[in-house]
Design a protein around this ligand. Structure first.
Ligand code: MN
Length: 263
């Protein structure tokens, strides 16, 4: 592993575990980053549950979603989601795909998801819906073929998040921290919107509020504050559960993928 990439792999692995720890992912879902040194490649874990991902599980893929190191290990079936979005959107540096339960009612009904509180402004003005059935008829609902990934990327268009009918959502960002922030707060927003609709009339953020608040939320200081908070919560939980020794530093996340003990 080239030295400069180690911190990136640690951060990507930690992002996976944060998403699991915060209840956004269970055994399924994945988050990736584009290779900062080679825009034609991206990094994603091999096919394991997000809560189990360590830096040593990170693999490199081409934009055709072929693993750079060919071997017999398992890769995520839906990795074309990542490859096709990186291909279609040169500005995107990180992608997260999840099935968070708060989003699913929107994915099931086709109800519009609009930002309704300040922390969710970074969702942007439009969250398009993509229905795999429209173009592909009956499928197993997995986005596993390149043409399915391309169709999803087209539906995302210039936006930052796309809801996938009867399946989940995919979120894009200009950095890993940005995609984490947008993923987390768009899910919070979905829960709040569902609750608010039961209470009364929903007054969503205005276009101006989305622009101004979105910019504020995505300042590096804000992103770092959120990241550090999720990171600390994860660390406490890992120490408590014995996954990690008290006092162990973030940068010391083990890189070995075999023979480790993780329950
Ligand atoms: Mn999926």
């Amino acid at each position: 592993m080239p030295v400069p990439l180690k911190p990136l792999f640690d951060e990507l692995a930690r992002a996976n575990r944060i998403l699991a720890h915060e209840g956004i992912m269970d055994a399924f879902g994945h988050v990736s980053v584009r290779n900062p040194d080679n825009a034609a490649r991206y990094f994603l874990s091999r096919a394991i549950a997000p809560d189990l991902v360590l830096a040593g599980d990170v693999r490199e893929y081409t934009l055709e979603s072929e693993p750079v190191q060919q071997n017999d290990e398992r890769h995520y079936i839906e990795r074309v989601i990542h490859g096709e979005i990186y291909k279609a959107r040169p500005d995107v540096m990180a992608v997260c795909h999840h099935h968070a339960p708060e989003i699913l009612p929107y994915a099931i009904t086709g109800t519009e998801l609009v930002p309704v509180f300040l922390m969710a402004a970074s969702m942007g003005q439009k969250v398009p819906h993509w229905d795999q059935r429209t173009e592909f008829g009956d499928t197993n609902l997995l986005v596993s073929k390149p043409e399915e990934g391309r169709s999803l990327a087209r539906a995302l268009g210039p936006n930052w998040m796309v809801i996938m009918s009867r399946h989940g959502a995919t979120v894009a960002g200009r950095s890993l921290r940005e995609v984490m922030f947008r993923t987390y707060y768009s899910i919070r927003n979905a829960a709040l919107l569902t609750q608010a609709k039961a209470l009364g009339e929903v007054k969503a953020l205005s276009v101006g509020e989305i622009e101004q608040s979105g910019d504020t939320n995505l300042q590096p200081g804000q992103l770092a504050r959120a990241w550090d908070y999720w990171s600390q919560r994860l660390e406490h939980s890992e120490i408590k559960s014995g996954k990690k020794t008290a006092g162990a530093r973030r940068s010391k996340t083990p890189v070995k993928s075999k023979g480790r003990k993780r329950k």
